[in-house]
Design a protein around this ligand. Structure first.
Ligand code: HEM
Length: 510
């Protein structure tokens, strides 16, 4: 006799078989990859994480372009320098989209610059870049803000008197304050409670982006948003940041004077006024808040994490640190206020900053892209609306492009005469039409803050510590495990005590 449960089992099994066959049919023209199963695709095989180690294994089997399936559909992965460069630049416009569903929709509602598409994205991105340029990014005016922030950091470290400290918070504060100066036109004091909450919230929001909860939300959005504590917590952090940004916008509206733009918000408000009545305009307060949110999210943790690796590497490789300091002393002397142009006179220091970025490899996989039409990637047909992942880790450690990919080796960026050389596989900011919008700001910040800190201090491991764990903590950016470090005020090669007070007084007053 046929029972109800028998019918149900038959129905479910038939459905799974049909779904399985449909998947096999759909994947026939896509790049190769492991067999996907109904519902989960390849998520079970990947332990619910698109992890760079899994991708490395897959690439060994399927080559430098392959397809993985997630419940929403296929994901094409680009592996190694050649595939990433070709994949993101040959049909650059076709692959300039971003997926907009699930978590991305929840964060941005398709507004702003990071998770938007089409005309809206183009307009917000073009305006964002032009405004940063107008505000002096890449010029002296911006440099002053960076020097000031580096100086506050020096002052903070000086007060530790060489005692061990975890540099995370002071570094994150300095980097977040750079973005605050750009967007709000002011910096926060270290003790400001809202500033602390802002930083903590950004940390929480970005951490969600690479968590298992992210995939669970993508699978069951309704259930997750009602039941999952991690989601609820992230949502409340999101609401806090957006409310803080909205408050800043309101206060700018009250205080601003005609024709006097001091910061990003002022410029944006002026653009809203200027384009009122223009049917093509996407400038409004919702997009303003989302764009500044995006700049915060994209620009804080990335740069701060790189600087935290920088200090750890200097303590672990004292000989490299010493060589940097020798170059700084010999070329620019004590108490020099660094500008970005100085990198041209400091090839070794510049090479070390680049190697820190290459070796720390904080992003691993760039933000997902979306094909905007049927296109071709490395000879394979890729249909419209396919997610594309560029594996940045596989570029920065491509054995065909780097002499010693698994070693910290500033020589990667130096020629035999010690001159700095750019490397084509140095793509920590990705490439193509959606390349990082803050690349110039980040490069300036890393160079100026790093040089300033190494001029002022020698970084050492606390007494008795011989070994440090350098295995990154997997998250939205790959952070170093928590560590302690000592910032020992330096003597110059001339035997003078580093003129820290004189240096600080240039910025902070006597
Ligand atoms: C070490 C520091 C940084 C690294 C390694 C980094 C890296 C990246 C990467 C890999 C992407 C994805 C690009 C793609 O989709 O192909 C990206 C996007 C982005 N970054 Fe950065 N970034 C850094 C700092 C910054 C800073 C300081 C800002 C802002 C001031 C910023 C703003 C953005 C924005 C807005 C996007 C989205 C661009 C778009 O979708 O059009 N980033 N970044």
């Amino acid at each position: 006799m046929v029972t109800v449960s028998g019918v149900l089992v038959f129905f479910v099994v038939s459905l799974l078989i049909v779904q399985f066959l449909k998947l096999q049919w759909m994947r026939r023209r896509l790049p190769p990859g492991p067999t996907p199963y109904p519902f989960f695709g390849n998520l079970l095989q990947m332990n619910f994480r698109i992890h760079h180690e899994n991708l490395k294994k897959m690439a060994k089997i399927y080559g430098n372009i392959f397809t993985l399936w997630v419940p929403q559909g296929p994901v094409v992965v680009l592996q190694g320098f050649q595939a990433v460069k070709e994949g993101l630049t040959v049909h650059a416009e076709d692959v300039a989209g971003r997926p907009t569903g699930g978590v991305f929709h929840c964060v941005s509602h398709g507004n702003g610059v990071m998770f938007s598409n089409g005309h809206l994205w183009k307009q917000q991105r073009r305006f964002g870049l032009a405004t940063m340029r107008k505000m002096g990014v890449g010029k002296k005016t911006q440099e002053y803000q960076l020097q000031e922030e580096a100086c506050h950091l020096v002052e903070y470290l000086q007060k530790t008197n060489g005692k061990p400290l975890d540099p995370t918070m002071p570094v994150v504060h300095a980097v977040a304050n750079v973005i605050c100066s750009v967007i709000f036109g002011h910096r926060f004091s270290r003790d400001d409670e809202n500033f602390h909450r802002l930083i903590e919230s950004i940390d929480g929001i970005t951490a969600f982006g690479n968590s298992i909860a992210f995939f669970v939300y993508e699978l069951f959005p309704w259930l997750t948003s009602h039941l999952l504590a991690a989601y609820k917590e992230t949502k409340s952090k999101l609401d806090f940041v957006k409310a803080l940004l909205a408050k800043e916008v309101e206060s700018h509206k009250e205080k601003r004077k005609a024709d006097e733009n001091r910061d990003f918000i002022d410029y944006y408000l002026a653009e809203i006024d200027k384009t009122k009545g223009d049917a093509e305009s996407t400038y409004d307060e919702e997009n303003l808040i989302q764009t500044i949110f995006d700049l915060f999210i994209a620009g804080t943790e990335t740069t701060a994490t790189t600087l935290r690796w920088a200090l750890l590497f200097m303590a672990i490789y004292p000989d490299i640190q010493e060589k940097v300091q020798k170059e700084l002393d010999a070329v620019l002397g004590c108490s020099h206020v660094f500008c970005y142009e100085d990198r041209k006179k400091l090839p070794y220091t510049n090479a070390v900053v680049h190697e820190i970025q290459r070796y720390s490899n904080i992003i691993l996989i760039a933000l997902p892209r979306l094909s905007l039409k049927d296109t071709e990637l490395l000879g394979y047909h890729v249909p419209k609306n396919t997610v594309i992942l560029a594996n940045i880790d596989s570029v920065l450690s491509d054995p065909g492009k780097w002499e010693t990919p698994d070693q910290f080796n500033p020589g990667h960026f130096l020629d035999k005469d010690g001159n700095f050389v750019n490397r084509e596989a140095f793509l920590p900011f990705a490439i193509g039409q959606r390349v990082c919008m803050g690349e110039l700001l980040a490069r300036m910040e890393l160079f100026i803050v790093f040089s300033t800190l190494l001029q002022a201090f020698t970084f050492t491991l606390p007494e008795g510590v011989k070994e440090v764990n350098t295995k990154f903590v997997f998250g939205s950016t790959m952070k170093p495990p928590p560590y302690q470090i000592c910032a020992i005020p330096r003597c110059s090669k001339y035997g003078d005590v580093f003129l820290l007070d004189q240096f600080l007084s240039q910025f902070l007053g006597p």
